[in-house]
Design a protein around this ligand. Structure first.
Ligand SMILES: *Cc1c(COP(=O)(O)O)cnc(C)c1O
Length: 354
């Protein structure tokens, strides 16, 4: 190693899912939404004023925060927004996990958590999910420097009931607990309703999945105003203008179309439930997902072979070559038509190789 290399911060980065650009592909590998964003989003883009490009954006992100505040019926001081929830979560790690004691998150979960912990020098421990992939809430009763888990969890899709989330909160009043709700709109009640009772709770959500806006990079956090102020202090010490003016205006337009949002979420959940039935009939097993994906394993056909055979047919799903995960495929829920094509391919592949 060169002398100058010795003092460089070296990290093992997060590996994002691939973004292939193959004509006619069916892309079910990164949990994007198959439906377009609300029609008002495109209108807002067309109506963007010249100032939106020429001037710096509003550092306080007021237009988006105002829209979120109305939609969720909570004061503006409870909101923080960022460049996707990845940005919000990274800021939250940097802000809240500073005790020197290990933070806790599940052994199987969103694989960005250990990357941020390493990057920021935060010690961490990873309690194992049980045999059925459930988070064991009793494992989160021990000294720690903070807690984070997704609900529903990724890549399992399992949704933890709010009373169990509340039990974890009740057992950890002295640290910040972050609930990453990237998929909650497809599942059950959000931990948002606990924010007023637990001042150490930060709930993080994203526009990437349920609002079909992964490309715009919009995420937000909700917590008591004191937590939000600490987050803002760190943000303004790092980059005052995280979100583009376009993202702020387009995000606000999306939040204002509640009917469209409800309709598309409902449709996606119906497709997911139908897909579960058909996958079961083909010999797949999976945790009962509350998200916009299914984490499925076949009774006889190895996941990696299915993954590769699907790929040859230009159907992209996600495969994780890691212990406890390598028998599974994570399949994003697309449109009904896309799922029909997938199921037909799976039927052929599993009867050939099974
Ligand atoms: C998708 C996802 C995110 C990140 O989403 P952004 O696109 O950065 O908003 C965060 N957490 C989990 C669990 C996710 O699945």
């Amino acid at each position: 190693m060169k002398k100058w290399e010795e003092n460089i911060r070296r990290v093992v980065p997060y590996t994002p899912g691939e973004q292939p650009k193959v004509p006619g592909m069916i892309k079910l590998n990164t949990n994007e939404n198959p439906y377009p964003p609300a029609p008002g989003v495109r209108r807002a883009l067309q109506e963007m004023e010249e100032e939106g490009f020429r001037l710096y954006p509003d550092p306080a992100c007021s237009s988006l925060i105002e829209a979120l505040s109305e939609r969720y019926q909570r004061p503006r001081e409870q909101f923080f927004v960022g460049v996707g929830s990845d940005d919000v979560l990274a800021m939250a790690f940097l802000t809240f996990f500073n005790s020197g004691r290990p933070i806790l998150f599940p052994d199987i979960t969103y694989s960005f958590y250990p990357v941020w912990a390493e990057l920021f020098g935060i010690p961490y421990e990873r309690p194992a999910l049980d045999e059925e992939f459930w988070i064991v809430k009793e494992d989160y009763v021990r000294e720690n420097g903070g807690i984070i888990f997704p609900n529903p969890n990724a890549p399992t899709g399992l949704y933890m009931e709010l009373e169990d989330v509340e039990e974890i909160l009740g057992n950890n009043p002295d640290v910040v607990v972050i609930v990453d709700e990237a998929y909650v709109d497809f599942a059950g009640p959000s931990a948002l309703e606990l924010v007023d009772r637990y001042e150490n709770l930060l709930v993080v959500q994203t526009f990437s999945k349920s609002r079909s806006m992964a490309g715009m990079r919009i995420g937000f956090a909700v917590g008591n105003p004191c937590l939000i102020k600490y987050l803002n202090d760190v943000k303004y010490s790092f980059n005052s203008y995280t979100m583009s003016q376009a993202a702020l205006e387009l995000g606000a337009a999306a939040v204002r179309d509640e009917a469209y949002f409800q309709d598309k979420v409902k449709r996606l959940v119906a497709t997911r439930e139908r897909t579960k039935k058909e996958l079961r009939a083909l010999g797949f097993r999976f945790p009962d997902s509350g998200a916009n994906f299914i984490f499925a394993s076949h009774e006889s056909c190895p996941a990696k072979e299915i993954f590769e055979a699907l790929r040859e047919r230009r159907i992209y799903v996600r495969y994780f070559d890691a212990p406890r995960l390598r028998d599974y495929l994570r399949i994003t829920i697309g449109t009904d038509e896309q799922m029909d094509t997938l199921l037909k391919a799976l039927k052929e592949i599993t009867s050939e190789k099974g």
